[in-house]
Design a protein around this ligand. Structure first.
Ligand code: GAR
Length: 216
């Protein structure tokens, strides 16, 4: 089995990165983590990945005049490491249509809400403010429109009466750690295909996708 050479792009903490790294340790996992790349040299996740012996690199967006220059440096590294596939995992820079076009159909993102609800930032706070009873997270292919693109996997959590953005966010994060490896497995193994705005072909049951994603 040829494993997809995957780069994880992070900006900070990197707990979704940890989940992907853990999953990719399984010998039958169809992707290997060939690079962890951060736009912040001091990202805690970058140091952790380095400690695990993974290839890591930082491209500090602050030293570039514009987004494309920054992205061209990232692209050079991605080519150097012969990367096939990208997982954005808490990568907090908007990407240009040029970069997104270069990785079309080969880049996933995780978003802490049930898209298409609550695109953008502060999703848990906004979910509470809007009084929704179900909240969650989404893994989707990246397209030029922010927080849009074909959805690979979603997980839902109930919103509890005494939730704060922190408690709700913590429950959602647990689910993020389940569905991101699951989504990467589905895509990297070729189990799913994109048709229009839909990702089709997953053989798992709808109830697993929605409420209790299982990695098995
Ligand atoms: C995650 O909750 C992820 O969904 C979110 O940032 C957090 C990163 O945490 N991403 C976005 O908001 C992207 N717009 P992590 O660094 O511990 O994985």
């Amino acid at each position: 089995m040829r494993r997809l050479r995957t780069a994880i792009l992070i900006s900070g903490r990197g707990t979704n990165m940890d989940a992907l790294i853990d999953a990719a340790r399984a010998p039958d996992f169809p992707a290997e983590i060939a690079l962890v790349l951060s736009n912040r040299p001091d990202a805690p996740g970058l140091a952790r990945a380095n400690g695990l012996g993974l290839a890591t690199a930082a491209v500090d967006h602050k030293i570039y005049a514009g987004r494309e220059e920054f992205e061209r440096s990232m692209q050079i590294l991605l080519e150097l490491y012969r990367i096939d596939f990208i997982c954005l995992a808490g990568f907090m820079r908007l990407l240009t249509p040029w970069f997104i076009g270069a990785w079309s159909g080969r880049m996933l993102n995780i978003h802490p809400a049930l898209l298409p609800s609550f695109r953008g930032l502060h999703t848990h706070q906004r979910a509470l403010a809007d009084g929704v009873k179900i909240h969650g997270c989404t893994v989707h292919f990246v397209v030029p429109q922010m927080d849009e693109g074909p959805i690979v996997a979603q997980a839902a959590v109930p919103v509890l009466d005494d939730d704060t953005p922190q408690t709700l966010g913590a429950r959602v994060l647990e689910q993020e750690h389940m569905i991101y490896p699951l989504a990467l497995r589905l895509v990297a193994s070729g189990a799913v295909r994109i048709e229009g705005n839909r990702v089709l072909g997953a053989t798992m049951r709808a109830e697993d996708v929605l409420l209790a994603p299982s990695l098995s």
